[in-house]
Design a protein around this ligand. Structure first.
Ligand code: GSH
Length: 163
């Protein structure tokens, strides 16, 4: 995991939003993490500057003692906003929406709001957890090499298209 003041590749472009001198938010992220993409989308849509902290999952940096203090579950993303530390993308999105209401992500209409939250919840609880890196590694270990991909494809298609 990089130290606080370092920037990095290949995602350096994503940290362009942190050019403001009033840097406050910090996002611990990995470039292939779809959970982190969600938060980056939200930060950019809301125009919130943030500092990008790369956690290289391929190098198992999520298990470093430094990162473990932020998220004992060893997952990215983690958002740090002053003394607030949030380590789940869904919770981070709701936090950002409430704390920084400018450029709302959710519609005001309750029905449309519920449909949006339904889609977000399906992705974050019924699709993504079924193909996270640690689970795919576990499946490959238990069932054999090459078994992870069809597993992931099945659950992604089911989540988006239905059975
Ligand atoms: N519910 C969490 C899930 C976080 C999660 O699964 N993060 C993945 C990247 S998208 C991760 O860090 N995986 C590391 C691993 O599986 O060891 C969220 O939405 O933030």
């Amino acid at each position: 995991m990089e130290s606080k003041n370092q920037m990095h590749s290949p995602e350096d472009s994503s940290s362009s939003s942190s050019s403001s001198s009033a840097r406050k938010l910090e996002l611990y992220s990995y470039w292939q993490s779809s959970c982190s993409w969600r938060v980056r989308f939200a930060l950019n849509l809301k125009g919130l500057p943030y500092e990008y902290r790369a956690v290289n999952l391929a190098k198992e940096e999520q298990f470093s003692p430094e990162f473990e203090k932020l998220n004992p579950l060893h997952y990215v993303p983690v958002l740090v906003d002053g003394d607030v530390i949030i380590s789940d993308s869904y919770a981070i999105l709701l936090y950002l929406e409430e704390k920084y209401p400018q450029k709302a992500l959710l519609p005001a209409d309750p029905k449309l709001r519920a449909i949006n939250l339904q889609a977000a919840s399906i992705v974050s609880s019924s699709i993504q957890p079924l193909h996270m890196l640690s689970l795919l590694n576990h499946i490959e270990e238990k069932l054999g090499p090459g078994e992870g991909l069809p597993w992931a494809q099945f659950h992604i298609e089911k989540g988006f298209l239905g059975p």
